[in-house]
Every structure is written in C-alpha cells, then in structure tokens.
Design a protein around this ligand. Sequence first.
Ligand SMILES: [Zn+2]
Length: 388
Amino acid sequence: MEITNARLILPDAIERGSLSIRHGRIQKVSKDAKPAAKSKGDRMDLRGGFLAPGFVDLHIHGALGRDTMEARLDAFREITDFHLKGGTTSLTLTTLSASQQDILTTLDAIAPIHNQSLGGSRIVGVHVEGPFINKARAGAQNPDYCRNPSAKEWGPILKYGALITQMTLAPELPRANALIKALRKNGSIASAGHTDATEKELFPALKAGLNQSTHTFNAMSGLVKKGPYRMAGMLEFALAYDDISCELIADGQHVPPVLMRMLFNAKPRDQVVIITDATKGAGLKPGTKFEMYGIPARVTKTTAEVVDGRGLAGSTLTMIRAVQTAVEQAEVPLVDAVYMATLNPARQLGRDAEFGSLEKGKRADLVWFDNRYRVRGVWLDGELRHLA
Ligand SMILES: [Zn+2]
C-alpha cells in the first residue's frame, strides 16, 4: 500500500512525500509531493499530515489503572492498547522495586509475549527499574523494597536474557559495577537512576559500562560541596559524558521547560531519549487515586503525585504529548523531538536497523498526526492498528 501527501519526518528533515509498504516493511520513501501515477493496491492520502516513525518508549509502567506488576496478560493488553493510541509502536514494560518473587513472576508473564503485540504496541523487552536503587532517592518507589545488588538476585533476572533490555540501578551501592558489567554482557542498557552517586562512584561505573541516565533530573544527585570543593552528582555527570544517554520525562512537570532546554543544549540530539514513565494513572481522570506497589498516588490535571505530596509518581503522558511538550515548551525542532522519541531509543536497544526511522527495509511502524498533535493513525508492521 501507499501513503501519500504526507509530511514525512525523516531523521534530518521534514519533507513532503509518500511512503510505500510491502510485507510489513517500508518499501520506498519518496520525497516528491505527487504520488506515483500508477500504484497497485491501497492508497491513503494524509492531506498534508505528519508521518513519523512509530514512537519507541523505554519507560512505561502502565495506564488506565493497570500496572506491569500485575503480571497479567489483560493488564499488558490494556496498557499497550492505550499507548499505541499515543503513537507508541514499541515499548519496554517497566517493573518497580518489589520482592524478588514478584519481579520474577512479572518476567515470567512477559517472556512468552516478548517481541509480540497483543493488538497494541509491540513489547520489545522489560526495563527492570529497581530494586537495586538508593532508598534515599526512592521517589515514588517503595523504599522497603530498595536493596543492595547481589548476584544471587540479579542472576535469575538476567537468565531471561534478551528480554531484559534495561535495568535502572544506583551506581553507589556495593557490587553495582559488577552488576553493570553483567548487564552489558547481557546486551542490556545499564541506566543510573534513583541514585545519590557522586563523580567518585560514577567514573568506575562509566568504566564498567554505564550507558544511560534514568529520568534525568528526577530522583538523582546533583552538585555537592565538600568543604571548599565541588563534586559533580549524577546529573552533571550525565550531561558531561557522551557515553551516557539521558532519558527525559517530557511533560514539562517532572522537568520544567528551562531545565529541559538545559538538557537539549548540553547534550547532542542523539544522546537524549524522550520517555513517558507513564504509570497506571495515565488515561485516568484528575483526582483518581491509585497505588504503586504500596505507595498511594493520585492523578492531577497535568501529571501524577504521591499522595503525601513529597514527590511525583511517574507521569500520565503518552509519547505524542511528550513530543508536543518538547516542541512547544522547550522549543525543540519537531524533527529533533521525533528523533529523540524514535531513533535514539531504538539505538539504545540495539534495534535501530529494524525500526526507529522512515527508511527503506525497516518495519513499517508509523504514526500519523496533525498540526495539533492529534494522532490520526498508527501502523504496526504495515498494518493499520488505530484510526481516529
Ligand atoms: Zn523511576
């Protein structure tokens, strides 16, 4: 089939053109405004709407009152249906600091559907966020379940192999560097988050293979002063080192627009990964209460908060809103915001040859949206899964 009269969001530019799909893959990207005179099969005219690669979200806990930790297929289905409608075609379900048994039960439930779609976004892996994080930076995670890394615990998790695409950990904890090495050997992203680390602990972590920063700015250390001397925290370290890609919750709430701009100005565009960190509050009405593994939270007009008011509880974002916020509040060019929501996360997953941009041969994972960032259509492997 052919999709015509689109504004194609390519890696480096936005161009008028058309795109053809064959056997679920992108067959041709044409930058001319007019479609080929003859074309077999279906044709869809986007009337000048934007056509972007499907978004790739490395950090999703849930939506619509459902959470990854439920370890149930119907929960995964509702979560991925919801996020597909926000333009996300690939995502990694994200666990919380929990008992070892509950984490393994969740992994068991996801393993049979790895790289599959239950109708919504494709589940390309699991982001294990905690339990090896710092209690003092627990945020909305349950501090009772934050603990030091041990091979006895991470061994069974890494037995799931390629399913484990990412782990968020605090590099200052004992044995963290051995864990980072084990993660990278497994092909997983080693991401620092919920951390109080200083540069003293971060240099060895970087050497061990640390390659990402989880929800940059949120639940992490900053500059500290010891006597007359300053020392970088996780935030400054992430901004300073090219090997570290920075996740960003782009809702304008977790990180206000000024700090979002600071990140976009400090890091080259291929080192920022836009995420939602959506929790089960996503898609629910403001005022709705929910619980995150024992931590009570509620949905507000713009995000989600822990009920005692001491912090935010993940977001209520979809990826299209995150891209819109990056453009409208932090003044990032649309082409760059889309790049940070597609090709960068795909590259972090090691799967950029397969998806993440509008290029010949890649999976035809596509999102069509209009000038007001309303998602009009979403294709997964060339199949139209959502039309609004
Ligand atoms: Zn978190």
